[in-house]
Design a protein around this ligand. Structure first.
Ligand code: 13P
Length: 289
């Protein structure tokens, strides 16, 4: 079926540039194995949309980038629209290169903890390697809050407009994740997005921007951010906590007869429902944006 999400853009870079122009956004979900990967593809099929799945470095290392890339190649045959595979938050240039070689569509080099010069130099190295194979690179500047990130002031985590512009001009990434107040995971307080900073950044940089910490961001803030230049949103914690909760309950209920596929058959629709819910929010912003 031909619709706005048909397999028109095989090239992710072109898709994202188009999204930046038209106020659209690609929803990207952290997955860990074949089960949540299947739930994500089923959700995207149900919602008739493109999808990005992402592996964090511990998953990429444990499962192996070649194995994950092969699994995604497999599920693409069942997908109605594009399924892109991304390496998320790699602080290792070598892991980025390995993912590129394995066939990932996109890799993130996270140099947000590095001094700017070093972040630019390392991102540049990943870009040079990835672009030779047509792979997209996401850079990061500013800090995403939550987990072990401790900040002392706004200057400590907010992406500075000048630094984003320099990273963009000198390293030429395809996507830039900007620290604008969001946090990874469930947070005690609702994260406050600094929309002023987002608009200042979007005014000077045409490169598609990325919002991390999708789990805790209220729906209306997600949609507002998309209308201001966010073209990719990362959603992770709500997926794996749903997975762990229902799997744990299934194991407990089954006791000694616990058998993975029987339990996962019950868990998969729960994960799929969460992903469908997030896809609806992201894609309805696309239509109104
Ligand atoms: P959440 O875990 O808050 O959804 O954030 C995911 C993320 O930003 C991955 O890069």
């Amino acid at each position: 079926m031909e619709n706005q999400f048909s397999k028109k853009y095989t090239n992710l870079s072109a898709l994202l540039k188009g999204y930046r122009k038209h106020g659209k956004c690609l929803a990207a979900f952290n997955v860990n194995d074949n089960y949540d990967l299947k739930a994500a593809v089923d959700a995207a099929n149900q919602q008739d949309t493109h999808l990005m799945v992402m592996t964090y470095p511990p998953v990429a290392e444990l499962v192996g980038v070649e194995v994950f890339a092969a699994m995604v190649e497999g599920v693409r045959k069942k997908a109605k629209h594009n399924v892109y595979l991304h390496l998320d938050h790699s602080t290792s240039i070598e892991l980025c290169k390995a993912a590129v070689d394995a066939g990932y569509d996109s890799v993130m080099f996270d140099g947000s903890h590095l001094p700017l010069e070093q972040n630019i130099a390392s991102t540049k190295e990943v870009v040079a390697y990835a672009h030779k194979k047509g792979v997209v690179v996401e850079a990061e500047i500013g800090k995403i809050l939550g987990r072990e990130v401790v900040v002392k002031s706004d200057d400590d985590f907010l992406a500075s407009v000048e630094q984003v512009a320099r990273l963009n001009e000198e390293a030429k990434p395809d996507l830039i994740a900007v620290g604008i107040g969001t946090a990874h995971g469930f947070t005690p307080e609702v994260p406050k997005i600094n929309f002023k900073r987002l608009s200042e950044i979007a005014a000077v940089v045409e490169t598609p921007l990325v919002l991390h910490g999708g789990t805790g961001i209220p729906d209306e803030d997600i949609q507002k951010a998309i209308s201001m230049g966010i073209c990719k949103i990362n959603i992770g914690t709500v997926v794996h906590t749903t997975y762990m909760k229902y799997m744990g309950e299934g194991i407990q209920a089954a006791g000694k007869s616990a058998y993975p596929p029987f339990i996962m058959k019950e868990v998969l629709p729960k994960i799929q429902a969460v992903i469908e819910d997030r896809l609806r929010v992201v894609n309805s912003a696309e239509i109104s944006g």
